[in-house]
Design a protein around this ligand. Structure first.
Ligand code: GLN
Ligand code: ZN
Length: 779
């Protein structure tokens, strides 16, 4: 094929878990030392070869190589560049796989156990990467052949190989400094020679195009980093290899001015995330550069509108001619592997979906249409249109009652009857809680016994009645334990929940579940997000019976427990045929009904968890307000159907609040519990300067570790908190749910927590929080 009049096609990367999670199974056996390294490598090579063949067979011009990883591609980049923290031993030559696993997990076959590297979220996805660690004296050297070996294997099979590298600036950006803080950009002069060496090797291998991922170009970048892009890409000498600079997950916006100047041979844009940027860059990019248009989303599971996209591509072609390439928006890493593995989804729904394998074909069809004209592909196009039509008109998706209800919402739906100060008085009368009330975040240890009960029910080994009975026994057990611990506000323990989103998705209309739709979350961990395909409503109460039963066993208040609209949305694949805000509002209304029903059933305290509230923030600041507006609105809609007497709690598990604190206050929850123990109450300072208006329970100990905190330690934490929050508005609780812990740890930690609260009650010499004595605050 000649490049002069042929539109080329490729993908940015393919899932690496294998069609049946072979990678997970193999790597976990290897960690348990059940299989050898050779056996492990064989599994990996099979997955890679399958992925390459898929791309080649579909007719893509390149197969992407270097997207496979046993754990994480950022970690692999650290190995490639010799960035191995000292605690993992000296590595002047090549880094072995066990060292890489040890960096990820703190342990691996045949190496000394040590503290693992940190892990954090990859942009706005639910994928997590291993954070590189840089010291001021950091050195770099080429320390891995994995990429080059993969290229050799793919070339030996006759494929046109396009390797993918994580670019130097994104790599540095993602890392953190260790020891003394310093400007990471100062490392460039030592880092670039290693990148140059890699490029030289690609030249030796006669690589035609290399994909260099620089996704930070869709973020708000400081000027120094924007300038560094120009410097870095001027300095790197690609020689015969052509460079495709890949951006994804958003639009270039102000970085477009930077990108158009870069001496690269092509730029990849995520058109599926920001459509505007294609024509903008096409109008400005020099005539010797190509643009790769990422029109097929790497983030959702919906069939693309091929007619519409071929129109978009035809428009771009007018400016770019054959300099227009066709691609996925991002790597397909964030989508499940193959829709053909779904045997339980009904045909209608399945016809609306495309997983990674199907998306490869969508890219190929679009390229074919562009290269050969629509007429040769009329069958593909008409099938695609029929699928989209069926989705557009299906009564399973469009529910008139839900839509009418949304249309008729008034402002009042987002307002409690009275302001917090007045509600607090009413709640105080009903709940009669002591000063520094103690509670937990919802879940108690998910024991083997509990998991077996749920599995048996799911598999049909026990009937519904037996199931209810067994879960009730679990509830009774946790109520008894909590009374014994002398906690003030109890929970039912969440034994019936496998997952805080899946549980609600299964009980709401508009959700579907796959049997094999796994997506990598981190390392060998995969998740199977629900699919929100249609208008959401609640056919019947979802949690009321469990909560009511729990409440019937005790005189103390039992807290109802729900997952909030933003979190349900953030951890699902969401429909793309209406704004996310609309889908969130539908979920909010379903939850509102649940909240009202809980109240009617005698539940006076209801918690709506929003752990994803902050992580769902858009990547760029100029998009924040729009998100925060609807996210806050949705929470308020779900919480505002109740009387003043009903106390609404929310829970969020992260500690960086400063940038969204206004919005968190606007949620107007009566009580918020948050993670804070790991930052030693640092975050409370944020609350102090803002003067958080309602009640707050800063987690007094870290549940992520098995360590049991002592009572004096908790007293210190609380004394610290009292400096910032008036004592009458302070709650005492762990920093997150306890489902991952075991009972002995939990019993001991909560015993210490309750005794810390009690000793402070005595010290502050108040039997109960008298609201009249509260410092005055605005209503
Ligand atoms: N209520 C949930 C639990 O206790 C909250 C989990 C979370 O914050 N992620 O498990
Ligand atoms: Zn939490």
């Amino acid at each position: 094929m000649t490049e002069t009049n042929h539109h080329q096609s490729h993908i940015l990367g393919f899932p690496r878990i294998g069609s049946h999670r072979q990678a997970k199974k193999a790597v976990e056996s290897y960690w348990r030392e059940e299989i050898s390294l050779a056996e492990l490598e064989k599994v990996g090579q099979q997955i890679e070869e399958h992925n390459w063949k898929l791309q080649a067979d579909a007719g893509l011009d390149y197969v992407t190589v270097g997207d496979f990883s046993w754990y994480d591609h950022v970690l692999d980049t650290s190995a490639l560049l010799g960035v191995i923290p000292e605690r993992f031993g000296k590595h002047n030559g090549k880094v072995d796989i066990n060292t890489i696993f040890c960096m990820a997990r703190g342990q691996a076959p045949k190496v000394q156990e040590t503290t693992a590297c940190e892990m954090t979220k990859w942009f706005n996805t639910n994928y997590h990467y291993i954070v590189p660690e840089f010291t001021e004296q950091q050195t770099f050297h080429l320390a891995s052949d994995v990429l080059f070996n993969a290229i050799d294997r793919a070339q030996a099979k006759g494929y046109q190989v396009k390797p993918v590298l994580l670019g130097p600036l994104t790599y540095l950006w993602l890392g953190k400094t260790k020891g003394k803080d310093f400007d990471k950009l100062t490392l460039l002069k030592k880092l670039l020679p290693v990148y140059q060496e890699i490029i030289n090797q690609l030249n030796a291998k006669k690589i035609h195009w290399v994909q260099i991922d620089e996704p930070i170009l869709i973020l708000d970048l400081p000027k120094a980093w924007q300038d560094a892009f120009v410097e870095v890409y001027k300095q790197l000498d690609f020689k015969q290899v052509k460079s495709l600079l890949a951006t994804y997950f958003g639009g270039l916006e102000d970085n477009l001015a930077v990108v158009k100047k870069l001496p690269v041979d092509g730029v990849h844009l995520d058109v599926s995330a920001d459509a505007e940027q294609l024509s903008q860059l096409a109008a400005q990019i020099p005539a010797d550069k190509i643009i790769s248009a990422g029109v097929i989303s790497g983030r959702n599971i919906w069939k693309a509108d091929l007619n519409k996209l071929s129109q978009v591509l035809h428009d771009a072609k007018k400016t770019l001619g054959a300099r227009l390439w066709i691609a996925t928006g991002s790597s397909l890493l964030h989508t499940p592997v193959d829709l053909d593995n779904e045997t339980k989804l009904d045909a209608e729904l399945k016809n609306w979906l495309a997983f990674a394998t199907q998306k490869v074909h969508e890219v190929a069809v679009l390229a074919n249409i562009l290269n050969q004209g629509q007429t040769s592909f009329s069958r593909e196009l008409s099938e695609n249109q029929a699928a989209l039509q069926s989705r557009q008109h299906s009564t399973r998706i469009h529910n008139a009652t839900v839509q009418q209800r949304l249309a008729s919402l008034t402002k009042q739906y987002a307002e409690r009857k009275n302001a917090y100060a007045k509600r607090a008085l009413a709640q105080h009368k009903v709940l009669k809680l002591p000063l520094l009330p103690t509670t937990t975040i919802g879940s108690f240890p998910q024991t083997k016994e509990i998991r077996v009960i749920r599995q048996d029910f799911k598999a049909g080994h026990i009937d519904a009645q037996t199931y209810i009975q067994k879960i009730r026994e679990q509830i009774a057990d946790v109520i008894k334990r909590q009374e014994h611990l002398d906690l003030d506000v109890l929970v039912h323990g969440e034994a019936e929940r496998n997952d805080m989103v899946e549980y609600f998705g299964e009980l709401l209309q508009g959700f579907a579940f796959t049997s094999n739709g796994w997506v990598q979350s981190y390392g060998s961990r995969c998740v199977k997000p629900p699919i929100i395909f249609g208008d959401v409503y609640r056919p019947k109460p979802m949690t009321v019976e469990w909560s009511q039963y729990a409440q019937s066993l005790t005189k103390r208040p039992v807290k109802g427990m729900l997952t909030g609209p933003v979190t349900i949305l953030a951890w699902s694949f969401v429909r793309d045929d209406q704004p996310h805000a609309t889908t969130a509002l539908q979920i909010a209304l379903a939850l509102r009904d649940e909240v009202v029903d809980l109240e009617k059933a005698g539940i006076n305290v209801i918690q709506i968890d929003e752990p994803a509230f902050r992580e769902a923030l858009p990547l760029r600041k100029n998009h924040w307000q729009e998100y925060l507006d609807w996210a806050v609105h949705c929470f308020r809609v779900s919480a505002s159907g109740v009387q003043d007497e009903t106390q609404i709690h929310t829970h969020m598990c992260y500690s960086e609040f400063n940038d969204v604190i206004d919005s968190i206050a606007k949620l107007d929850a009566d009580v918020i519990t948050i993670e804070s123990s790991r930052s030693e109450m640092e975050l409370l300072k944020a609350f102090e300067s803002f003067s958080y208006p309602n009640e707050i329970g800063p987690g007094v100990y870290d549940i992520h570790s098995p360590r049991v905190p002592s009572s004096p330690e908790i007293v210190t934490q609380l004394e610290n908190a009292i400096k910032y929050v008036p004592i009458a508005r302070l709650w005492v609780n762990p920093d997150c749910g306890l489902k991952t812990r075991n009972w002995p740890e939990v019993e001991q930690a909560l015993t210490n927590m309750v005794s810390a609260a009690k000793s402070l009650r005595t010290k502050y010499n108040q039997e109960s929080a008298s609201l009249e004595e509260l410092p005055s605050r605005e209503a």
